[in-house]
Design a protein around this ligand. Structure first.
Ligand code: 13P
Length: 258
């Protein structure tokens, strides 16, 4: 069975003080959910080190929200994979819709970052998802296929073992509008079938596919209860322990269900 991954994407939020305090609260409770649920936080780059120090040897993992694909060198403002590893990161989020649609990242850039991150020893959470206009035009699966094909171009099955997919419909991010469990499951099933045909069916069964987009305590259990939903990538609700921990609890409850 795939182990649930509940990941908090803090985006460009928190201060050093509030981020470290949140990490401390999560570290204190994470052992209650380990090993049933893997918990991850992805703070802004400047807070990676103090947050990692606070998490210490706890069950909470740390990841980054982006990286660059080049080795260290003359790339002003960018952060290399080995720097993230040096800060204690185990994961990196790539291809988030805000990077695609606000910062203009292409599938080609996301692919270069994905390959660099995996070969540098990080696990990649590759985000894919359609715009509202694309869903309304019936293009959801076509968009997902294009983003998967582009993002994973040249990535072998052995490399893809270090991959997590996050389905984040853009219209559900930060809007309070969540995909219905049926919409999420349908997209996740499509993504798993894509992985089965691009790689192998056995491999596709091992890959975790997270849902992201207005996940909250009150909708987590139904979303996580879908057969192909293996966790959540949480934005707003990951910024407070009081809203994030219930999502971890929902995953824990489902994972022990027979
Ligand atoms: P919200 O949970 O705030 O909708 O954000 C989702 C997201 O983009 C996580 O990466």
């Amino acid at each position: 069975m795939r182990r649930f991954l509940i990941a908090g994407n803090w985006k460009m939020n928190t201060t050093r003080q509030s981020g470290v305090a949140l990490a401390g609260e999560l570290a204190a409770v994470a052992a209650n959910y380990d090993p049933a649920v893997e918990v991850l936080v992805c703070p802004p780059h400047p807070y990676l080190i103090p947050v990692a120090e606070k998490l210490g040897g706890s069950a909470v993992q740390i990841g980054a929200q982006d990286c660059y694909f080049q080795a260290p060198g003359a790339f002003t403002g960018e952060v290399a994979v080995e720097m993230l590893k040096d800060c204690g990161c185990r994961y990196v989020i790539l291809g988030h819709s805000e990077r695609r649609h606000v910062l203009g990242e292409t599938d080609e850039i996301i692919n270069r970052k994905t390959r660099a991150a995996i070969s540098g020893g990080l696990h990649v959470i590759l985000c894919v998802g359609e715009l509202l206009s694309e869903r309304q035009a019936g293009q959801t699966e076509e968009v997902l296929d294009r983003q998967m094909q582009g993002g994973l171009s040249g990535v072998t099955e052995a490399e893809a073992e270090h991959l997590v997919i996050a389905y984040e419909p853009v219209w559900a991010i930060g809007t309070g509008v969540t995909a219905t469990p049926e919409q999420a499951e349908s997209a996740h099933e499509h993504l798993r079938n894509w992985l089965a045909s691009r790689y192998t069916p056995a491999f596709s069964e091992r890959v975790r596919i997270l849902y992201g987009g207005s996940v909250k305590a009150d909708n987590a259990e139904t979303l996580l209860g879908q057969a192909n939903v293996d966790g959540a990538l949480v934005g707003g609700a990951s910024l407070k322990a009081s809203t994030f921990v219930p999502i971890i609890e929902a995953a824990c409850k489902l994972s022990t269900r027979t």
